[in-house]
Design a protein around this ligand. Structure first.
Ligand code: E4P
Length: 218
């Protein structure tokens, strides 16, 4: 399973990239706005920092403007994935980009039917928003399972990218379902690594070793 960081914070990305754990990055207009950076400059910086797909989202809502913005974003770097909202025009733009060989991430997916349509439009990635479904009292994992089932049933190659994940438990559940990718905030990435029993166990091991009076092994 691939792990993407869901952030436009370049320092948060560079601090975690390069160790074989971060496979890509997703951004959205809210994250870019929060960074205060110019979108084209920030996407270029992220693409240089990460050896993998970087999703950059259009802000236009009609087909022609989405195509123009998507082409401009795709020209920033070869690893840009054009992110499109799951709207009628977004799906049309997805189909055009698929025919041109431009990678796409169809975002703001909240139903299996929407994911089915994105796959038919040729999306490279589909982003169902687990946390926002659960914010409304829905079952985010049931949404992921439904998409996995339908994609496997028909052999769609669109990658299932679990988005709006808020905790390590969300990541584990998405992995068990067989999602191809999870995108997570840096905080959740860090939480995946740490465990209190790991910290306590290491502290005890090192304390016992110190009592021997021996130093390091190298
Ligand atoms: C994914 O592509 C989105 O940027 C993100 O996961 C949304 O997460 P949120 O619902 O926590 O804002």
């Amino acid at each position: 399973m691939q792990i993407f960081l869901d952030t436009a914070d370049i320092e948060a990305i560079t601090a975690r990239a390069g160790g074989g754990l971060v496979d890509g990055v997703t951004t959205n207009p809210s994250l870019i706005a929060a960074s205060g950076a110019d979108i084209f400059e920030r996407i270029a910086q992220i693409c240089a920092a990460v050896d993998g797909p970087v999703s950059a989202e259009v802000v236009a809502t009609d087909l022609d403007a989405m195509l123009a913005e998507g082409r401009k974003l795709a020209a920033v770097a070869p690893n840009v994935v054009v992110k499109l909202p799951l709207t009628p025009d977004g799906l049309k733009a997805c189909h055009v980009f698929a025919s041109e060989g431009v990678q796409t991430n169809v975002t703001l997916c909240f139903s299996v039917n929407q994911a089915l349509l994105a796959a038919k439009a040729g999306a490279s990635y589909i982003s169902p928003f687990v946390g926002r479904v659960e914010d409304m009292g829905g079952d985010g994992m049931d949404l992921l399972m439904g998409i996995r089932e339908v994609y496997d049933h028909f052999g769609y190659e669109t990658e299932l990218l679990a988005a709006s994940l808020r905790s390590p438990a969300h990541v584990e559940a998405a992995a068990r379902i067989g999602c191809d990718v999870v995108t997570i905030p840096p905080k959740v990435f860090d939480q995946m690594i740490r465990h209190p029993l790991t910290d306590a166990g290491l502290e005890a091991f090192l304390a016992d070793w110190k009592k021997t009076g021996r130093g390091g092994l190298a």
